[in-house]
Ligand binder design. Sequence first.
Ligand SMILES: [Zn+2]
Length: 257
Amino acid sequence: MNKLILSFSALFLIIGCQQSAEEHKENKHNSKHWSYDGETGPEHWAELEGETNCNGNFQSPINLVNFKTAEDLEPVDLHYAEETLLHDVVNNGHSIQYDFEHGDFLIHKQDTFHLKQFHFHEPAEHLIEGVRYPLEIHLVHQNSDTEFLVLSVMVKEGQNSKPFELLESYLPIQKGETKLIQAPFDMSQNLPDQKGYFTYQGSLTTPPCSEDVTWIVFKKPIEIALEQVELLRYLMPINNYRDEQPHHGRVIYSTSF
Ligand SMILES: [Zn+2]
C-alpha cells in the first residue's frame, strides 16, 4: 500500500515538474507573464515588460452602443471551405485555441485576411447594447501586412451544436498541451444564419493589446448546448475576459440588415 502511495506521489511530482517546465517555456516564449486576475491581471497589463499598447486609446473589447447605421456596409465576403483542415488544438493557459492550416480567408475592403485560429472567452468580452453573452468566439485573421481582422461570434445556450462535437472530441486538454487534429472543419457552419454585424477599430484583447485590429462582431448569436459550454468553461481560466474599454470617440458602425 505504502509503495502504491509512493509511486502515486512520484507520478504527481513528475506531472508537476512537467507543468512548471511547460509554463516556464511559455513565459520565456512570451517574455512576460499575464493572467486574468491578481498581480498579473488586466489592470496591470500596461506595466508588463516590453512594448504593450494596453493603455492605448483604441482598446478592445467595448460595449457596442450608440452605433451609426451605415447603409453601404455589405455582408462579410467569406471564403470558408468545407475541406480546410484544423491543424491542432492548444490549451495555452489563457484559452482553448484551434489552429487552422492555410485555406480559409475573407476579403475586407479589397484586402485578403487569412483565418489563422479561433479561441474562446467565457463569458463574452464585447457587450451588445449592454448584454453579455455566456461565450464569445474570436476568429483571428491576418493580412499580408500582419494586420488583424477578428470576426466575433456570440454564443448562447440552447441546441446541441454538431460542429462543436468534432471540436470537443479533442477535449479535455491540459494546460500547455497541444493535440494534432488534421481533420477538415467547415467554419461557415459555426456562424449565425443572419449575418448583420457591428464594426469598429480596436485592439487585441490580450497583451500586447496591439491597436491594429478591425473588429467585426455578428449581432446574432449561435447556439450550443449548456454541457458544451461547460466543457470549455472547465478547461479555461475562470472569467477569461477583459472588461469593456472606453470608446474615446471611436465610431461604431452597424449594418442595416
Ligand atoms: Zn480573443
